[in-house]
Design a protein around this ligand. Structure first.
Ligand SMILES: Cc1cc2nc3c(=O)[nH]c(=O)nc-3n(C[C@H](O)[C@H](O)[C@H](O)COP(=O)(O)O)c2cc1C
Ligand SMILES: [Fe+2]
Ligand SMILES: [Fe+2]
Length: 401
């Protein structure tokens, strides 16, 4: 993509990544892609806000060249050290050795560690409230530790009321030509991908997200310019509200709905799963169903985060949970998914053991296990009837909680 003007002297320059399969080496993005957004501010002093991953170097530099000779850049603002925003740092410092990098104290140390750089006097350490005058534009910096790493900050440009928020308010999803919320019709795509991104990347730090949103509430924000995904120009409040809502799910009950996660080797647990889903669907609350062996956990976590109820269907496997189910529960623990009501069903052949294994996870997760339905071998007619009732009862509990 070519660079895009945001305001008179502020430009988007970013790279769309449609070839990386796994973001952070873990989260699938091969269908959705992701963008690394960076911004140029032209003034008496020229500033670049965040860099991009070490990727498509030539394209990125050409975009900057459309606006200004990259050797004329005075400042590079480093909101966050993660290499998806700093991968280009060595290229930039070789190209323009006089650039002054700007970031928090921790940012300086971490950049030195990650890239074996020695900044000398080429690094400006800033704290919350510090300002940097570029001429007609002034940048203000706010530390937002753990949104996403300990060194992270955001940058506010007061004249145009733009918040350069880096990972905060970002989403997966490469830019589809349009870079602004008001230029793109299918906002649902970005909202969904923002939730998946939030739960995969930021959710564990929800407490810090709420703290950051609270600290920034005195700022007039006209445009949210994150470093992944759309720029929110028409309705910046939409993405702020979504992030605030999702962050509260870390400590308060989430939405009335059910995530049904299941696995089945020979279809016994699956038969009962269908009965359970039929029963649960009678109560008129949303249900999302995932086969944990076939769906990457990245796509399951958003539903677990969003809905209060979790139905777990798993057979016993070598006296334990079916392995992909154990992995999903382990990831739920990594992401601190909490405040959930759970019921479990599943088949066993002789000894059982999945239930005991599940309980050790549930204890750690502090989830509330409200019902259990185990059966031996294939389900009988009775089991299927009971499965339906089991699903209905669980949905009633969620609906009325
Ligand atoms: C690889 C494998 C390991 C199993 N390990 C156990 C076990 O340790 N204890 C047990 O009671 N059943 C065990 N079973 C039996 C299954 O739990 C049983 O066949 C169940 O009906 C499978 O349900 P499904 O058709 O939903 O996969 C095992 C089955 C397989 C294929
Ligand atoms: Fe990050
Ligand atoms: Fe990032």
């Amino acid at each position: 993509m070519v660079s895009v003007k945001i305001t008179e002297n502020i430009y988007w320059t970013g790279v769309n990544d449609r070839t990386t399969d796994l973001f952070e080496g873990l989260w699938p993005i091969s269908e959705e892609g992701v963008s690394y957004n960076s911004y140029v501010i032209l003034d008496e002093k020229v500033a670049l806000i965040d860099l991009v991953k070490s990727f498509k170097t030539d394209d990125y530099l050409s975009q900057i060249e459309e606006i200004i000779d990259p050797t004329k850049i005075d400042y590079v603002i480093v909101n966050h050290v993660e290499p998806d925003h700093t991968g280009m740092i060595k290229v930039m410092s070789r190209l323009a050795p006089n650039i002054i990098f700007v970031g928090t104290e921790k940012t300086k140390k971490m950049l030195e560690d990650y890239y074996q750089l020695e900044f000398g006097d080429k690094f400006l350490v800033v704290k919350t409230g510090a300002r940097l005058n570029l001429g007609t534009h002034e940048l203000e910096f706010y530390e937002v530790p753990f949104v996403h790493w300990p060194e992270t900050m955001v940058t506010y440009e007061r004249k145009n009321e733009i918040l350069f928020s880096c990972d905060a308010f970002g989403s997966y999803g490469a830019l589809r030509g349009a870079i602004f919320d008001d230029e793109y019709d299918d906002l649902e795509f970005y909202k969904e991908e923002a939730l998946r991104y939030y739960v995969n990347i930021v959710a564990k730090f929800s407490r810090f997200v709420l703290k950051a949103i609270d600290a920034l509430k005195t700022l007039q924000i006209r445009i949210i310019a994150p470093s992944h995904g759309l720029i929110w120009r028409k309705h910046p409040e939409k993405i702020i509200k979504l992030y605030s809502k999702w962050a509260t799910y870390a400590s308060e009950p989430s939405e009335k709905g059910i995530t049904l996660i299941y696995a089945s080797m020979y279809g016994n647990t699956e038969k009962v799963m269908n009965a359970v889903a039929q029963g649960a669907s009678k109560e008129g609350i949303p249900i999302q169903i995932f086969d944990v062996a076939r769906t990457h956990v990245s796509y399951i976590l958003p539903s677990l985060w969003k809905y209060q109820g979790i139905l777990i269907g798993t057979p016993t496997y070598e006296t334990k949970l079916f392995p992909p189910m154990a992995y999903v529960l382990q990831m739920a623990d990594y992401k601190r998914i909490t405040n959930k009501k759970v019921a479990r069903f599943g088949s066993y052949g002789w000894s059982g053991g999945a239930q005991r294994d599940l309980e050790s996870y549930i204890e750690k997760l502090k989830w509330d296990l409200v019902d259990i339905f185990e059966f031996q071998g294939g389900p009988s007619e009775e089991d299927l009837k009971y499965g339906k009732k089991f699903g209905e009862n669980f949905a009633k509990i969620i609906r009325s909680s």
